[in-house]
Design a protein around this ligand. Structure first.
Ligand code: TYD
Ligand code: MG
Length: 452
């Protein structure tokens, strides 16, 4: 007989015997999920894998020890995880179809198999398909167990039988718990399966990697609570037509979230890109108006990126503006400052902004380069090839200094650039690398006359 199930609202907790689109309790839409009745009661306390009857402990008596970390064999992935994978943690990896999630997971098996037992569960491919892929990726996998399965209970049985140190699940949307009547991939199923895997990770101290599909808004398909439950949420991004892939952490209980990992998709799988600046600047057009290079900090690492702008007279009453890889509102703000303080008549122009290589620049230090790229496109005059621009643009057109300028300048010089335009208020004590000419400017007018 099927176990009785209950439906309840993830927003307000209202319980109901049948699924409804709108919660009668709080009136929210699409918040009702299904859960087996007997599990609903215990869901709260077992969510974090705690013992059923836990008593408060004095913090001084809690044994901490360092988190036990191990390398995944991919330095770029280790960096994003905060210095390796943590034992007993659950990592959710999201990304668009075909971006390389399964490839990445299979590739890390190679190294992890040397020291630990790995169970790779796939609900999307057969064992034979995985084997073929592994052969192509040159993954020998001595200690790698494969299982093509979607029933959660069978996966748990296999995990208890094999006792792996690492469990990889591809993907959470294909798993199902037979106790629920809903189909795999539904909110209730995804939540339930994640919860169970979380208990497994905390209870047995094994590291679980879960692949998650993303919805059209770009976040992991399923309830938002999924991201709250797990220890670490990673997103694998990149442009479909380009070979570069960027891995970033949206959440990490064991490290910072501002580090990125850069990979390149090749014929034999993903290769790490230890020098992202070089890769991102590849194929930069020479002498082309509308392009300017900047240097942003991605975590502790300076990365050079090319910002492109196309500014053309608009054919319609309302000029069209788009921004890709750069915050739209920030871009419009810089455009307004350029018009008012820089004296460029951009009011009747369309403006298209793009950051090359799939990078998303969310640092104000990239403002100046974006502004120069727009001005360069507007005036149809190229920016010198050997120039990099770093600086935040203020509302009065002033340039504000940025952090870690010394580190950025070293990276700029390392990649062979000869000139760097920086805010004049930057620290006087700055160590400028040999061969790099610093152009200090205090506002955008000075910046424009210095480069264009
Ligand atoms: P995959 O890991 O299956 O993507 P996901 O699991 O995120 O959906 O990667 C599929 C793409 O990667 C596919 O379009 C082909 C490409 N690819 C390579 O270019 N080289 C390779 O060695 C592999 C395995 C895949
Ligand atoms: Mg896949």
């Amino acid at each position: 007989m099927k176990a009785k199930t209950l439906f309840y609202c993830t927003q307000c907790g209202y319980e109901m015997p049948k699924w409804q689109g709108k919660c009668p309790g709080c009136g929210e839409w699409n918040t009702v999920v299904e859960q087996p009745a007997q599990q609903k009661k215990s869901a709260g306390r077992t969510a974090a894998g705690l013992a059923p009857q836990s008593m408060p402990k004095l913090m001084t008596q809690v044994e901490s020890g360092d988190e036990l970390r191990f390398s995944t064999g991919m330095r770029e992935l280790d960096r994003v995880l905060g210095g390796g994978a943590v034992k007993g943690s659950l990592v959710l990896l999201g990304g668009a179809p075909g971006i390389g999630k399964s490839t990445l997971m299979l590739q890390i098996c190679e190294q992890m198999c040397c020291t630990s037992k790995v169970l790779y569960v796939s609900g999307e491919e057969s064992e034979r398909q995985i084997k073929l892929r592994a052969e192509r990726l040159r993954v020998k996998g001595e200690n790698l167990y494969l299982l093509a399965e979607t029933n959660l209970e069978h996966i748990l049985d296999a995990a208890h039988q094999i006792c792996p140190d690492v469990l990889i699940v591809d993907s959470i949307q294909t798993l199902y718990n037979g106790d629920l009547s809903t189909v795999p991939g539904s909110v209730g199923q995804v939540k339930e399966c994640t919860m169970t895997l979380m208990q497994l990770a905390k209870g047995e101290g094994l590291t679980v990697f879960i692949i998650g599909h993303i919805n059209k808004e770009g976040s992991i398909a399923g309830p938002k609570v999924l991201e709250h439950m797990v220890d670490c949420v990673l997103y694998f991004e990149g442009e479909q037509h380009m070979s570069h892939r960027i891995l970033r952490a949206a959440k990490n209980r064991f490290g910072a979230t501002n580090e990125i990992g850069v990979f390149e998709m090749q014929d034999i799988g993903l290769a790490e890109v230890p020098n992202p600046s070089e890769a991102l600047l590849q194929g930069r057009p020479a002498d082309a108006p509308g392009s300017c290079v900047t240097c942003v900090m991605e975590g502790a690492r300076p990365v050079l990126a090319e910002v492109q702008a196309l500014v053309v007279p608009s054919n319609f009453g309302n000029p069209r503006r788009t921004s890709n890889g750069f915050d739209y509102n920030r871009a419009m703000l810089v455009l307004a400052v350029l018009e008012k303080r820089g004296g460029l008549l951009l009011g009747n122009c369309d403006a298209y902004i793009n950051v090359i290589g799939g990078l998303y620049l969310d640092e104000p230090a990239a403002d100046l380069a974006m502004m120069i790229a727009m001005a360069s496109s507007f005036r149809d005059k190229p920016v010198p090839d050997d120039l990099v621009a770093i600086g935040e643009v203020g509302l009065t057109g002033e340039l504000r200094s940025v952090s870690s300028l010394g580190q950025r300048l070293s990276e700029v010089r390392r990649l062979g650039f000869a000139k760097c335009i920086v805010p004049s208020r930057s620290s006087e004590k700055l160590v400028v690398p040999d061969g790099l000419q610093l152009i200090r400017v205090s506002n955008i007018r000075q910046a424009l006359s210095a480069v264009l």
